[in-house]
Design a protein around this ligand. Structure first.
Ligand SMILES: [Zn+2]
Ligand SMILES: [Zn+2]
Length: 166
């Protein structure tokens, strides 16, 4: 993810990258290719980089243990400020470019943003029914017989209470 800036004119430039997760040194759970669209806005004092990246990652569903692939998307903005001397930036999204630098490499930033966008919860689908706690049947695929019993067990005390109050 390197963009040569030495001869880049002022104004907006767009770039598309298609790089494998392996080449980007992205490890598990990332897989396949990282597709990144970049909009660069160069002016006399700075370059503003807007990136929008997509990649597929593999995981095991928290509820039903199914192997699943899903796509995540991350967007971030980096600001490169031209500076005649080296400055340590406090903000991770603000970087300084000294005159000897002729290209920018945002691979490290992209890696970090993708890793941060991995969800804490991994579900094969929002309404995954999970596994039966009694027999282990994957309830997304079929119903098991113990399912109804479990449901009855949960509601039985409530029904009794309801009868009493009636
Ligand atoms: Zn699931
Ligand atoms: Zn069951």
């Amino acid at each position: 993810m390197i963009i040569k800036i030495a001869n880049l004119s002022n104004g907006v430039h767009c770039f598309d990258f298609d790089k494998s997760a392996v080449d980007l040194e992205l490890e598990d759970p990332f897989t396949g290719f990282v597709k990144t669209s970049v909009k660069l806005d160069k002016s006399a004092h700075q370059i503003v980089l807007d990136a929008d990246a997509k990649v597929v990652y593999s995981f095991v569903c928290d509820r039903c243990n199914a192997d699943t692939d899903a796509e995540i998307n991350t967007k971030f903005k980096l600001v490169y400020i031209f500076s005649t001397h080296k400055v340590e930036s406090e903000d991770i999204n603000v970087k300084y470019l000294t005159p000897d630098i002729d290209k920018i490499d945002f691979s490290g930033d992209l890696r970090e943003y993708l890793e941060l966008s991995l969800p804490m919860k991994n579900l094969c689908s929002e309404d995954c029914k999970g596994l039966c706690p009694k027999c282990g049947t994957n309830l997304n695929r079929k119903k098991c017989k113990c399912k109804d019993e479990t449901v009855n067990d949960i509601w039985e005390p409530l029904k009794k209470l309801k009868n009493i109050s009636n």
